[in-house]
Design a binder for this molecule. Sequence first.
Ligand code: DGY
Length: 460
Amino acid sequence: MQNYLELLNEAKEILKRNTITVTVDGKPYERVIPSRDYYVHQWLWDSAGIAMGQVHLNEEDAFNELVSLVAGQWSNGLIPHIIYNPRESRYYPPADQWQTTRFTKHGIKTSGITDPPLLAISAEYICDNASDEQKKRDFIDKVLPSIVAYHDHLKRYRDPEDCGLLTIVHPWESGTDDSPRWDGILKRIDLNMIPTNIKADVDLNRKDIRYRGSQERPTEEDYYRYIYLIELFKDLSWDYTKIIQETPFAVKDILFNSIWERANEALAALLHTYGNQEEASKYQRWAEETRKALTNTWNEAYRQYCDIDVTQGNHRVIAVPTNALFMPLYAGAVTDQQLDSLLHRLSQADEFYTKYSVPSTAINSQYFNKERYWRGPTWPITNYFIIEGLKKYKTRHKDVDQLANFLTSRTIQMIRDNGFWEYFDPIDDGTKDKAKGMGCSSFSWTAAILIQLIHAAKSL
Ligand code: DGY
């Protein structure tokens, strides 16, 4: 591990540099922003991932990160995907665009949608890795009621069918914004019906492409649709009973739901240790239902788990080869036969096995674009989920261990070779003229995941 020392120090420095203090109701809250370039607020799943890295550096920082995150919770239990930093305007859409302060405490400004629900998983990881029992207890007292309320909110509003799979209503909720998985549904939102003032607002105020080339970010058309959806939900007063019925984008996302499954297992474990046993079994039951439902999304013709487009009563299978198809590993939802297929695809040089595996879209897919956000680049966070998922199957297949180790070392190498970028070109075509790292630099998530991966490799 000696040779990782420099890299670990760099990761530590990045997290320190990206820490800001925000005052809420006279109290200071510390939080880590994803990057100083552009993501200058707090994002739910970034924050949860960051806290999992922080616990290996300073337990107190990890506790603070999640306490600060749940401060943005709505009175109905929703934890929004962005908690805005009141002193910053370097992000679009701005805080006031969402009009959500009536749902929060102390005038905290937030978005109105959520993110993959990584919070409970992070809280469990922190408790497993922190050593100060009293501080752990204080932390749990502060966050556990919020996590319970968040899960109850998601189950109530996002699984009205009680099928075990939650519905997301905006591509940003998937965390994989411009994934080709969403192309078919988004195309149905006719650009001609999007009011011109929305398009003009995007054209004038969109900021991400000023920091990075537009070829690395979602397209203009995607952005028109993202903002159109926000305006629609605002018109529905953020009433999720109505939103779920009326949104032109409603999906049972396999990535989001694999995290939901694990999050319920984590919540059950937390309640088992720190709370109420009866409540613990309720979330364990939810986890089991989701696991079964995920197994059933397997489509033999496409040899993959498939998202389901449930927009306005539809039930259409989405079969696009992206790295989300490996996520049911993380949820422990994979049968032996499905496992063979997944391992095969993960090892194919024309699909998902590249210099820096695992590309967000299979490289032989018509949708693959090595530079554009979630349409090809490799992301440390999804690699982390796949590695953790593979580890669950160690005893089920002889190749699993080797593949998990390969992915761990390649992910670390990818960061070591290129720096702490947001995402990476998965293919090495031998050209040295262009950095392989893309998106934002000194990215907190990348730093935190590197810390977790090195920690996990050390304890093997
Ligand atoms: C962005 O701005 O890129 C985010 O993914 C949306 O929160």
